[in-house]
Ligand binder design. Structure first.
Ligand code: NAP
Ligand code: MG
Length: 486
């Protein structure tokens, strides 16, 4: 049964309101492409209202700003309790709106709860320094919230991205305006309702669904927004960095895409490597920036590996994401499905060999069979561009030296991994590969306690981990004249 859709309006100043224009847009379920709800479509006028509510909530005498830091932590813990209470519903709604497998959605919700608890703990541990500055002075630093933050979300893991950005900004004491992706707005609205229930004061969190060029760009151009945190494509990320400096100088954090190399050495645990590599690229139908989308296999085990990888992919059970026995669901929409099928065609034309999958499944929804390409070379389009679909690209290599250079020969630098039983190989790889995260003998281990972000075009700044709040803080130096002698 489809989950109830309780919220379809904009959430501004703790109230549910229609868009000023009265406009709405459709959201669909990727399982069969049917329209599930009409959502209020926020635009510049609504962003102006939301920002002004967030600005009022950030005033020095507001209820929010006068709260103790520990009280901010308690509110975040309450939010985490409510996520925990509604785990099943939130996961079902996410799966329905986004097409992600219900099991994957449950893990995402659990991770969102963990993020809220982790950031709740950080709220009253934000502290400055006392500094032995030269002269007859006493100097210290304060770490203060940067102000109103515009948080722009992607469609691929909506609950996770909402929790990562919103709970960090709130721990820091900021106020926020969230723009969810137009393809999957439902869970951001459900989470807004939980923040309201938790007791966050009006204006602290506002959620304005809409489109990138309307609501999104109004946020990035707004003079009262102090910071933008964005997750999405490199193309839009670059645009946001440019526009964020046009009106005022906004602080910018960017989490962008990847073309992530996973290296399998001859001495790897073969069964584990095959399984992990497949899950690494097919998870969420390949729609994760962390996808293991360049799979380098050493020549000594190449043939054996390929056979096992093909067998694995052929046996993945495709089906309705709400069925807990399904192991592979639909792509988000027709546009993404068409884009991925286009890459599969290009792969064939450029001479890679398609060993299995790559076709549409069924006559409704946006399902693609997991595809495995072999004989892929570094110059091919499918080895260079982020596909964001269930396409495993297997490349052969001979030496560690060679594969490190090849792994680095890209503008991306999000994550990388290696399977080996040799500690020196693992350490050399970890030292020399340019990526924000290196996984050794694992992939997709994504804990709240560790920093996450990209080198090069994969991003700017880090989310998660102890330092994540710094992206939402300003450092203020206070110097007080203080004679050394009485
Ligand atoms: P996208 O097109 O870049 O969109 C991301 C968000 O930005 C959406 O909310 C979008 O609104 C909005 N947007 C679009 N144009 C904008 C503009 N001119 N000004 C302000 N906001 C704008 O990416 P996507 O289609 O959601 O996601 C796929 C891509 O994101 C992939 O490349 C993937 O690798 C990357 N990604 C990276 C990470 C990471 O953590 N590094 C995580 C997830 C995804 P609309 O709803 O109108 O599109
Ligand atoms: Mg988009």
């Amino acid at each position: 049964m489809a989950p109830a859709i309780k919220y379809t309006k904009l959430f501004i100043n703790n109230e549910w309101v229609d868009a000023r224009s009265g406009k709405t847009f459709e959201t669909c379920t990727p399982h069969d492409g049917t329209v599930t709800a009409r959502i209020a479509e926020g635009d510049k006028a609504d962003i102006d209202l939301a920002v002004s509510a967030a600005k009022a909530a950030f005033h020095r005498n507001s209820e929010w700003r006068l709260l103790d830091a520990s009280a901010r932590g308690r509110l975040l813990n309450k939010f985490a309790d409510l996520i925990q209470r509604d785990t099943q519903y939130l996961a079902e709604l996410e799966s329905y709106d986004n097409g992600m497998l219900i099991g994957f959605a449950m893990r995402n919700v659990a991770m969102a709860e963990n993020l809220a608890r982790y950031n709740a703990g950080l709220a009253d541990k934000i502290q400055g320094d006392t500094i032995p500055a030269d002269g007859e002075v006493f100097s210290y630093t304060l770490k203060q919230p940067v102000g109103v933050c515009g948080l722009i979300l992607p469609w691929n893991v909506p609950i996770l991205m909402f929790a990562a950005k919103v709970t960090t900004a709130l721990a820091a004491g900021c106020t926020v305006v969230v723009k969810p992706a137009e393809q999957s707005p439902l869970t951001a609205l459900a989470l807004a309702a939980l923040l309201n229930e938790a007791g966050f004061p009006p204006g602290v969190v506002n959620v304005v669904p809409g489109f990138g060029p309307g609501a999104g760009s109004s946020l990035t151009h707004h003079p009262d927004v102090a910071k933008i945190s964005f997750t999405g494509s490199v193309e839009v990320g670059k645009l946001i960095q440019r526009t964020a400096g046009e009106v005022n100088l906004k602080r910018v954090s960017l989490e962008l895409g990847g073309k992530n190399p996973l290296v399998i050495m001859n001495d790897a645990d073969l069964e584990l490597a095959v399984r992990t590599a497949a899950n690494g690229v097919f998870a969420n139908q390949g729609q994760i920036c962390l996808a293991a989308s360049r799979l380098y296999v050493q020549s000594g085990i190449y043939d054996q590996f390929v056979q096992k990888a093909v067998d694995f992919a052929k046996n993945i059970k495709i089906g309705n994401p709400s069925d807990p026995t399904s192991r592979h669901g639909p792509q988000i929409d027709l546009e993404m499905m068409t884009k991925v099928l286009g890459y599969i065609e290009i792969g064939k034309q450029e001479g890679a060999k398609l060993m299995t999958g790559g076709d549409c499944v069924g006559d409704k929804g946006f399902y693609i069979q997991p595809a495995v390409f072999i004989n892929v070379t570094d110059d091919m389009t499918i080895a260079k561009e982020e596909i964001f679909g269930p396409v495993q690209c297997i490349l052969k290599f001979d030496t560690l030296e060679d594969v490190i250079d090849r792994a680095n020969n890209t503008n991306y630098g999000l994550v990388a991994g290696i399977f080996t039983s040799n500690i020196n190989t693992a350490l050399q790889f970890s030292k020399h590969v340019q990526a924000g995260t290196i996984w050794v003998n694992n992939w997709l281990v994504y804990n709240v306690q560790v920093p996450f972000g990209g080198f090069k075009d994969s991003g700017l700044g880090r989310e998660k981990g102890m330092d994540c709040v710094n992206a939402y803080l300003e450092v203020k130096t206070v110097t007080v004249a203080q004679p050394k002698k009485l």
